[in-house]
Write a protein that binds this ligand. Structure first.
Ligand code: IMP
Ligand code: MG
Length: 177
């Protein structure tokens, strides 16, 4: 059964405004301090690409692929399938996420980067679903707060699909198909 993804929750224009606002906040807080940006693959690749082009400090980018998600429900277990190529020691790090739900992924990842000796580790997320939270973790920079709905688009997927949508859509089961 193919899910219905026709309902737009957040438009591409609203997303653009959100990214500009988050970038302004980061620029204000960091000034000229160099930043190591770590987008969490795969979901954060579009947000990170938009965001770094608006940041004004010297930027280094390296990716991690971690997951704690299967289908529509979290497992709470972190699997690292691509680690960093750079050393985080002594660097100011910004983890860039697509969405925070339970918070398992980020709390484990943040702790790992702190343990490796990063000077600071902050979290920037495009979307936040605080109602889904199971561990105590908050983003330092949050784009848009959402209710507890499953979304796709702007990098976010359902079983690998729909990441290419320029807007954010709600996923509904389609009884007609
Ligand atoms: P958490 O560990 O539960 O916070 O999961 C965060 C990760 O789960 C995100 O980086 C996404 O990859 C995925 N995820 C959580 N909610 C959604 C959603 O609504 N749509 C698509 N992926 C989601
Ligand atoms: Mg993800």
């Amino acid at each position: 059964m193919k899910p219905d993804t026709t309902e737009i929750l957040i438009s591409a224009d609203e997303i653009r405004e959100m990214v500009a606002r988050v970038a302004d906040d980061i620029n204000r807080d960091y000034g000229d301090r160099p930043l190591l940006v770590i987008p969490v693959l795969t979901g954060a690749f579009i947000f990170a690409a938009d965001l770094v082009r608006l940041l004004k400090m010297p930027i280094e980018i390296d990716f991690m692929k971690v997951s704690s998600y299967v289908g529509q429900s979290s497992t709470g277990k972190l699997t690292i399938s691509k680690d960093l190529s750079v050393d985080v020691k002594g660097k100011d790090v910004m983890i860039v996420e697509d969405v925070i739900d339970t918070g398992f992924t980020l709390s484990l990842l943040k702790q790992m980067l702190v343990d490796r000796g990063a000077a600071s580790v902050k979290i920037c997320t495009a979307f936040d679903k605080p109602l889904g939270r199971k561990v105590d973790i908050e983003a330092d920079y949050n784009g848009i707060t959402l209710p507890d709905v499953f979304i796709v688009g702007y990098g976010l997927d359902l079983d690998g699909m729909y990441r290419d949508y320029g807007d954010i859509r709600i996923v509904k089961d389609n009884e007609e198909q």
